[in-house]
Write a protein that binds this ligand. Structure first.
Ligand code: SIN
Length: 297
């Protein structure tokens, strides 16, 4: 690989340049060279056939996050959409759920909020032994400006590492600790005697659909590389965090009311910007259960 002038190695993966017609009615428009595509021609409130679910599964693995506009979904339709891709996940700590729908988390911020969900780069609930496959977020109310979400492609990030660095991190495992992310975070939550989820996962995982390797650490949850001394672990994690957060691997989504983002938690990280205080931003999200991440050399 050839180092570019910015010190990032040339990305060997295919650039996502053109519009792809998945079939007669479904169109994919990449939003950035290495991450994200907008899907046109689909009403997510309607039942999806097997061919469409398979096309979305493949598109998600390739583009890491899919965006849809103008989607009005009832809670039942939102859950049905998630169920096409797997069983729905129940969040271990989330305090705001849609009444009568424990699988739907409400994402909410207004002038009284002290913090918001996802303010740092992360993949969702990576502290679970079986972290989610993906997440489908629909925003209902958006601020007049701001409140974008950034996504980053962790396959591209892995492929942009130098070969010696790839060899170092492949085969290592890391601790993801829910306590670092959740303790003291949720207002009104009684933390006494609480046990937080913790899990050890490969630092590099193999995506079960694409077969490609992705970096699987993030700043919110990953605290320690198991096989290294504390000093070595801190150094390698700092290097990886700085690398995976480079804008080169990212796209930035500007929400409208009824926009939907469906991200693949196995090969992306995301970050929600809170630059709209004191305005309100509100939406619903379902999370799809995943499997324990694995690494195949
Ligand atoms: C999250 O689920 O991390 C929040 C994402 C967002 O609000 O854009």
């Amino acid at each position: 690989m050839v180092p570019s002038k910015k010190g990032i190695h040339a990305l060997p993966i295919q650039l996502m340049e053109g519009v792809t017609h998945v079939n007669n009615h479904l169109k994919l428009k990449p939003v950035a060279p290495y991450c994200g595509a907008e899907v046109e021609g689909l009403d997510l409130s309607q039942p999806l056939d097997g061919e469409t679910v398979e096309a979305l599964t493949q598109a998600l693995a390739e583009h890491c996050v899919l965006f849809f506009q103008d989607q009005e979904l009832t809670p039942e339709q939102h859950k049905r959409l998630g169920n096409y891709f797997g069983e729905l996940h129940l969040h271990p700590a989330w305090p705001r759920l849609v009444e009568g729908h424990p699988e739907i988390m409400e994402i909410y911020a207004d002038e009284n909020s002290k913090r918001i969900a996802g303010e740092e780069w992360h993949s969702d609930v990576s502290c679970d032994k079986e972290p989610p496959l993906g997440t489908i977020l629909r925003l209902i109310e958006v601020p007049p400006v701001g409140g974008d979400t950034l996504f980053a492609n962790m396959v591209a990030a892995f492929e942009a590492l130098s070969s010696p660095m790839q060899r170092l991190v492949e085969g290592l495992t890391a601790l993801h600790d829910g306590e670092q992310a959740y303790r003291g975070r949720y207002e009104g939550a009684d933390e006494t005697g609480k046990v937080y989820p913790r899990a050890v996962h490969p630092v590099v995982v193999t995506h079960p659909v694409s077969g490609r390797k992705a970096i699987f650490v993030n700043r919110i949850f990953t605290t320690r590389i198991v096989e290294l001394s504390k000093q070595e672990s801190d150094g390698v994690l700092r290097t990886l965090f700085e690398h995976i957060e480079k804008p080169d691997f990212q796209c930035r989504f500007r929400w409208r009311p009824n926009s939907v983002a469906f991200w693949d938690n196995r090969c992306t990280m995301h970050l929600a910007l809170w630059d709209y205080y004191p305005n309100r931003r509100r939406g619903n999200r379902v999370t799809i259960k995943g499997e324990a991440p694995t690494y195949r050399p």
